[in-house]
Design a protein around this ligand. Structure first.
Ligand SMILES: [Zn+2]
Length: 136
């Protein structure tokens, strides 16, 4: 047993999630030293490369449980897959159009002119996706 997997189990327990084999496997891929953006398809591939198998639906279930526990947040990138972010601080994103890669923008680095919310609504948060492309 490695220190990393002990840490993962401790982290899951302190988030009130039982450290099942599937959760430990996924959390091990997600919560490393660097923050990352992931979706279930990418995780399914990584798991397959490890010689394991987990259904995409199961992965989604786990990701939603992690999200509900505050370990992840969803990226409002508007892409077809649901992308999750291990950086749970408020921040914005650059989206590289060709590759779909997301790059974090620190929250204070982007000032927005936001219109007033429609009558009966209030603005809860503003998270922006700035689409970028490589200059050829
Ligand atoms: Zn991010």
């Amino acid at each position: 047993m490695t220190d990393h997997s002990t840490d993962i189990k401790t982290m899951l327990r302190s988030a009130n999630l039982r450290p099942t084999r599937q959760r430990v496997l996924l959390a091990g891929l997600l919560f490393g030293p660097t923050k990352c953006h992931v979706n279930a398809d990418v995780l399914a591939q990584k798991i397959a490369q490890m010689g394991e198998h987990m259904a995409t639906a199961t992965i989604y279930n786990c990701l939603h449980q992690f999200e509900a526990a505050g370990l992840l947040q969803r990226v409002p990138s508007g892409d077809d897959g649901i992308t999750f972010d291990t950086n749970i601080a408020k921040h914005h994103h650059f989206l590289v159009e060709e590759t779909g890669e997301l790059i974090d923008i620190p929250f204070g680095d982007l000032q927005a002119d936001v219109p007033q919310a429609p009558t009966g609504y209030e603005i809860e948060s503003v998270e922006m996706v700035v689409k970028i492309r490589k200059i050829s």
